[in-house]
Design a protein around this ligand. Structure first.
Ligand code: HEM
Length: 398
């Protein structure tokens, strides 16, 4: 077994993305890599990269060969393998059913309306700061049972959870690890306090539900409840922010889609799936090989990191016709924007619901949605998140 890699490849951008333009739209570079070196070892990041649809699917559907475990102390389901993974996921599922999520629709609509209202008459808004960031944070905070007064703290913590290094240097990397460690400690203390309160006095919230969840006499430990709350922040906030923003970005880059979706609102659901394919918020998913594996002619050794590029697989012509076109009612659409296999995104129904409510509401009230002229877009500094930092829009009131 090889030593654990010195660097987490997920934190370091691939070198092929050289220019700002490429980082704002990496898909051409991904396509070249997929077509020329579908499975390759990157000496710089010390990891394997997998770009083709079938190969990515193979990695994600074989947890026996490709492990999600990262560090032994970690108790979150995202980073555990079977059989522990199934036990955690089943317990949490009890509290996270699609039906329970659908029941949140009226509240999500209310929050969306409140967030948009002050900007409608102005004809412009900062999509990310004013809507796409606060919405998922408020929804998850309310779902977990966090007091409204703590939302800003909540957002700051969730930002650090998914933050990438400021640059490629060893110093930046060490600083980031330190910051993440401090952040984790704060989050632990915070959620442990809330959990102890709920233990004494349960409420109608997710923490109370998780404390009560039981299968075959098995319950979640305190660490697992806290770990799951932290996972929801890490996995659910920035991803949903980016799904909403990436969807609006497509609407403003391809304005004819706005009228199409207004005329065919039933296509909004499939347009969101197409956004997850075309501009996926998560472009890469990490695993570690558990044994020596042959993949597309390459030999991956046990212990080596393997990064699966969903962003490349989602535009593979062996799977998708006209992969470079955004087709709002594409069918079938077997994108891997929410991953694949046993770790398939638990929050997918929630993310889809939030995006659907937002798109409906924006298209209903706003005509000719455009990126504010003169805006210089900045990519989010992360190797596995695809999104921008700011997205100011202007529009006509309908
Ligand atoms: C897992 C993407 C929203 C909770 C995943 C995975 C992906 C993903 C790709 C698989 C990771 C892997 O295989 O290692 C997304 C995207 C989202 C989104 C693109 C928004 C558009 C959410 C939300 C929540 C959530 C809103 C919760 C409220 C989770 C959890 C897992 C997960 C708990 C781990 C599942 C497991 O390990 O079994 N997500 N996610 N996600 N996601 Fe999401």
């Amino acid at each position: 077994m090889k030593q654990a890699p010195r660097k987490y490849a997920n934190y370091i951008p691939i070198r092929e993305l050289e220019t700002l333009e490429e980082r704002l739209s990496p898909f051409k570079v991904y396509a070249e890599l997929r077509d020329n070196t579908p499975v390759r070892y990157d000496e710089h990041r010390e990891c394997w990269d997998v770009f083709g649809y079938e190969d990515v699917k193979y990695v994600l559907k074989n947890p026996k060969l490709f492990s999600s475990a990262r560090d032994r102390a970690n108790t979150s389901m995202l980073t555990t393998d079977p059989p522990k993974h199934k036990q955690l996921r089943d317990l949490v599922n009890q509290a996270f059913t699609p039906k329970a999520i659908e029941a949140l629709a009226p509240r999500i609509q209310e929050i969306t309306d409140e967030l948009i209202a002050p900007h409608l008459s102005e004809g412009h808004m900062e999509l990310i700061d004013d809507l796409a960031t606060p919405l998922p944070v408020i929804v998850i905070a309310e779902l977990i049972g966090v007091p409204a007064a703590d939302r800003q703290k909540f957002k700051d913590w969730s930002d650090v959870l998914v933050k990438g290094a400021r640059d490629d240097s060893e110093q930046a990397f060490q600083e980031l690890l330190e910051e993440k460690k401090r952040n984790m400690q704060e989050l632990h203390i915070y959620f442990t306090d809330i959990m102890e309160e709920r233990r004494l006095q349960p409420k109608d919230d997710l923490i109370s539900l998780l404390l009560a969840a039981e299968i075959d006499g098995q319950q979640l430990t305190s660490d697992e409840v806290v770990g799951f709350c932290i996972l929801l922040l890490a996995a659910g906030n920035e991803t949903t922010t980016n799904l909403i923003t990436n969807a609006v970005r497509i609407l403003s880059e391809q304005p004819e889609l706005q009228q199409e979706l207004r005329e065919h609102p039933e296509r909004i659901t499939s347009a969101i799936e197409e956004t997850l394919r075309y501009y996926p918020p998560i472009v890469a998913i990490g695993r570690v090989a558990k044994e020596t594996v042959e993949l597309n002619g390459q030999t991956i050794q046990a212990g080596e990191q393997v990064i699966s590029w969903v962003g490349a697989a989602n535009r593979d012509s062996t799977q998708f016709e006209h992969p470079e076109d955004f087709i709002s009612d594409r069918k079938p659409n077997r994108h891997m924007g929410f991953g694949f296999g046993i770790h398939f995104c638990l929050g997918a129904p929630l993310a889809r619901l939030e995006a659907r409510v937002v798109l409906h509401t924006l298209l209903q009230h706003m005509g000719n949605i455009q990126l504010m002229p003169g805006t210089a877009l900045q990519p989010i500094q992360s190797a596995f998140v695809f999104g921008v930092k700011h997205y100011p829009i202007q529009f006509n009131l309908i």
